[in-house]
Structure formats: C-alpha cells, structure tokens
Design a protein around this ligand. Sequence first.
Ligand SMILES: Cc1cc2nc3c(=O)[nH]c(=O)nc-3n(C[C@H](O)[C@H](O)[C@H](O)COP(=O)(O)OP(=O)(O)OC[C@H]3O[C@@H](n4cnc5c(N)ncnc54)[C@H](O)[C@@H]3O)c2cc1C
Length: 339
Amino acid sequence: MEKYDVVIAGASFAGLAVASKIKNKRTLLIERDDIGSDVRSACGTLVKTMEKINCEKSIVQTFDTAAVHTKNKEIDISLPEQFCTIDYKKFCKLLFKQSNADFIKAEAKRTDGKIVYTNKGDFKGEIIVDCTGWQAALASSLKRNYVNKNMLSFGIETEIPYKDDKLRFFVNQDIIENNIAWLFPCKNTARFGVFNYKGNTNILSSLKKFVESYNLKIGKIHGGYFCYCLKEPVVKNIFVVGCAAGQTLPLTGEGIRRSVYFGLNCGEIIQRILDNKISLKQGQKEYRELALKYRKYYSYLLKAQNKLPTLPNWEFNLIAGFLSIKPVTNWAWKKYEAI
Ligand SMILES: Cc1cc2nc3c(=O)[nH]c(=O)nc-3n(C[C@H](O)[C@H](O)[C@H](O)COP(=O)(O)OP(=O)(O)OC[C@H]3O[C@@H](n4cnc5c(N)ncnc54)[C@H](O)[C@@H]3O)c2cc1C
C-alpha cells in the first residue's frame, strides 16, 4: 500500500488550497474527475481572493457594480471590492501547479482515519483531509448523519452567449418562483443560474423562464447541492474543509472565498504538524477553533436566508435601496467580508 504524509480527497477550491500550502512532503490528491473538468459553481468571487493565491490569470471579467432586480426595479449597488468571474478549469490548473502533490483520478469510498479506500486502491496517510464537497465522502464514513440533507441548497445554471457589465441578482418571484437567480457575465457569455434555499431540485422550469425573460434559450446545465451549516471540522482524526464542512455561506451561497480561506489555513496547520512544530492534537484544535469561530455569523446569515423568500416586493425594494446607499454598502460589506 502506498504511504503519504497527507492524503486529500477532492481537488476543487478547498482541496487545492490545502495542497498548495504543503511543501516538501508526500501529498496525494484524490479526485473522481480530471482536475477542473466538473464545474458546479457560477465562479463569481473577489479579485483579491484570486490575487492572494496567484490565480489572477483565471479571471475572465471584473465588476464594480452589482444590480438587484425586484419585481419593478433594478437597483444598482456600487461594490466596495472588485468582484470577478473565473474560468474554473484554468483556476484549478493554476492552483494545482502550486502544489507538489501526486494526483490520482479515483473515487474515495471511505476511511478508517488512517487509510483512504478508493476504487483504484488504498492509500495510507499520516494526515487525511476530506474536501469532497457536500457529500463529505470520508467524514460521513466515520460519522453517521454527518450530512444533514435538510441543510442543503440546490442550484443549477447554464452558460450561454450574452454580454453584460454587472453582476445581477434577481428576487423577482414572478419569474423565478420562490427561488433566487443570478446572471454572472463572462466576457462573451453569461452564467444564468437559479437556486433554491430548501434544496428543492425541481427548478429547471424556473431557470428556463428566467433565461426566456432575456429572449434566450438555455444551454448545457450544471450545478448541484451546497451545504450552508457549519459542521464539525475535525471528525475522528481527519480534517474536513470547504463545502464538506458546511463552510459555504448561507443567504449568498458564496463558498469559493471561504473554501480557499479555510483550505489555506488548514494546509498551513498541517505543514506545521508534519514539521513537528505542533502535535496532531494541537493542529486539530487550532483548525477546529478557527473553523467554528464563525458560527455566530453563519447563524445570522441563515436567519436572513430563512426570512428572504417570505418578503413582499416592497421590502425587497426597501432593503436593496438602503443597501445601495454608499456608507451603508461599505458598512454592510465590512461586516459580511469579515465572515
Ligand atoms: C450552482 C452553484 C453556483 C455557485 N456559485 C458560486 C459563486 O458564484 N461563488 C461562490 O463563491 N460560490 C458559489 N457556489 C458555492 C461553491 O461552488 C462551493 O462553496 C464550492 O464549490 C465549495 O468548494 P469545495 O472545494 O469545498 O467543494 P466542491 O467545489 O464541491 O468540490 C468537491 C470536489 O470533490 C470531488 N469529489 C466528490 N466526491 C468525491 C469522492 N468520493 N472521491 C473523489 N473526489 C470526490 C468532486 O469531484 C469535486 O471536485 C455555487 C454553488 C452552486 C451549486
């Protein structure tokens, strides 16, 4: 059986961020698809998140303005930080290059805390990290009911030819029927998407209606679930990072910035464990405290997420109008970005 210092399952935002921080150690990345081949996200994030990890070359388009569409208004909000859309495949390749990890295309089936069992053989790891997204393939093999199906949102999107210069969010329930929609431009195309907070997967007709409101037709569809409730980030002795640990934010569904943040921090902690600067126990404690520090803020956002679909149109107008006032935008952004 092959032995590694670190075995990471899942090579997307979280897994690649963890791997990028581990140097001079034997690291294995296990991913069921080719790296960067299975995009699930609209891939909208902060420019500075991409800069921090030297992945600026994956940026497709940048934005200074976001627009909120209610039933009868389009309200522009000047963004305090520049946002961007990225090319997922390019991003994954750029971040993977920064690691010295071996890669195997395989499906991680389970772990006993020391070995990761896959359909292509078994791999022993001093340290094991689960970055497999909402299904948390490894953590849920150690802890029953680790995945709470009632705490999942579901989203789908389609990328089709269309040009625009703003990130757009839609709360117009006439078109999107109890869902939230977005339009994220990517130069010559745009990602039109719809998500349902309660994890209802029956949202294709809503996406169709949304796209047709632009006199366009949907193309190829991708998407999936994401988990928005912070969960135990250390299960037995494995680290859990990203969507697997419920680190995607409720309300906004923003998960790239968070997965990268927790991934980089987890990777740094693992490096210190392997360099014998701290014990495994100390490292687990440190990561656990960091990940759960944000619990309170996730619960505020969750309350807002539960409230949002019940709001009448005039309240959407009021809130979006208030948020578009520059000092309010800056104040709200400061609070949100700190999460
Ligand atoms: C439709 C949609 C749109 C979104 N848009 C945005 C957005 O614009 N901005 C934003 O910030 N967030 C967005 N999100 C949320 C964001 O995509 C997630 O928070 C983010 O992908 C989490 O990253 P991750 O690395 O933890 O998990 P994932 O990106 O889900 O990656 C998990 C990886 O593990 C692999 N894997 C899974 N199981 C196994 C297994 N058993 N063995 C081996 N490999 C496995 C998968 O193939 C995948 O590569 C969106 C989500 C959805 C569903």
